[in-house]
Write a protein that binds this ligand. Sequence first.
Ligand code: FAD
Ligand code: DLZ
Ligand code: SF4
Length: 524
Amino acid sequence: MPDHASRPVLVPILGDQLTRGLASLRGRAKNDTVILMMELWDEATYVRHHKQKIALIFSAMRHFAAELEEAGWSVDYTRLTEPDNAGSFTGEVARAIERHDPRAVHVTHSGEWRVQQAIEQWPEKFACDVEIFEDDRFLCPLSEFRAWAQDRGTLRMENFYRDMRRMTGLLMTDDGEPVGGEWNYDKLNRESPDEDMDPPPRPTFAPDDITSEVIALVEERFGGHFGSLENFGWPVTRAEAEEAADAFLAERLARFGPYQDAMVHGQDDLYHSMLSTSLNLGLLDPLDLCRRAEALYAAGQAPINSVEGFIRQIIGWREYVRGFYWQFMPGLAEANALEAHRPLPEFYWTGATDMRCLADCIRSTRDNAHAHHIQRLMVLGNFALITGVDPQAVQDWYLVVYADAYEWVELPNVAAMILYADGGKLASKPYAASGNYINTMSDYCRKCTYSPHKKTGEGACPFNPLYWHFMHRHRERLESNHRVGRIYANWDRMGAERQREYLGSAEAFLETLVPEKEGWARDS
Ligand code: FAD
Ligand code: DLZ
Ligand code: SF4
């Protein structure tokens, strides 16, 4: 039997840990390390992920393993179709321990609570040492988020974000003031779409042999999952992700700010970066990306509202929701403060609705495994909120359909940001809106069957009566909220008859919603 020191360290790398400088790998000697990467049935099927999401993760994993091998690392890669594949992280690590007899397992903290729970059982299950490393690809350590959150009664992204600006020095003057005098240029991030918009196409990456093989595998094994593989063009390597980032910074960042909240029928990317899949897989470094955006501002090549807006999304929202997730799990996954119990409408899966905004967002979701933020928030999310869809059904949907969806980022956005299911820990008020918002921020309404100007009855945009139905249902909870309370004065001024018309229209519409059948999100 080899002595302890000559036995290797086993380093499992999870599917979203595709980073050369990963904490558990950093500083390790190649001749003393076996890297383990695992394609797993459990991970591919615990929800019925969009086909592009599975293809992206498997392809990126296979490319990463090949790069590591080329660089001289010893990589033990288990494919999904191997007959002995145990199907789970714990089962595959156990098999690898038998193969390699390591002296220790070094693993980086998982992005997901469910997986981390399994990892935390390893020290008891396995005879060798197990060391769990902090995932320092995020800029805010979880212990710091916890300390920050504990000092406050109310958590708000804006306060967190300012601390992150101070911590990173991004867009800060030497005197510790925000560059340009303001912390936040959100007011300049809300232009409606106009004729003048002409976003250049983002680079897409034609499948190479590895990706083509994975696409065939996904069609064969997961052919019944939601979504199309036809448009697959995601970056699957760090080099491709860098190329996509270069193109965004050079061609789209400057107009990212003003049009951040705009929506245009059939235009799926606009000026967005489309970099979330690469950031979440670990192919891009968030701080580096922000520094490059900052440098473009300093060079006068991008305005402050674009650069600040982009940096806010990454060191603000992205870090904030991740800290929030770990702060409030596992309760967050069960939260339902508004007691919403309606099933998800079937059209979230089929796109078969004559509400033109929803139909377009669902089409983009199906074709691209992507929709941009304001579509996820103010169209798909707003509709689920004001119709009172059960948070767990909505959570499942968002986790399935987006290629960038991992629970640490999906769940806070869904449960807390769009559904207010956490009772207001994350957002100061529910993001409920009528058709007027969508009409202002998009071109959807122009050719819709419904009119955003009609408030009730035949042909009225359903968002209009549904909005008031929601406000009426939750009056007791929301009236005392200073950001919402004054809306009830408008409601009261309408008088009883008009109110009945709104509520009646909403209820008639709700009657028409066909609930999803079982089996779209999870195997029934
Ligand atoms: P851009 O608009 O270019 O923004 C730049 C980057 O900022 C993004 O790549 C992302 O990393 C980060 N970012 C922006 N907003 C957020 C946010 N609210 N939370 C976390 N990061 C943010 N993002 C995911 O990565 N995975 C998800 O599963 C996910 N689910 C969401 C669900 C809902 C209901 C909502 C409202 C938002 C969700 N988001 C999610 C956030 C956001 O919609 C996506 O990050 C963004 O659309 C990705 O496209 P992009 O890279 O072009 O982003
Ligand atoms: C989402 C996903 C899928 C579909 N498949 C795998 C897989 O086969 N192997 C793997 O290591 N990870 C996969 N993932 C990501 C995991 O579900 C999970 O989100 C991360 O491991 C959390 O760190
Ligand atoms: Fe959507 Fe209403 Fe506009 Fe139609 S009228 S696109 S349903 S907001």
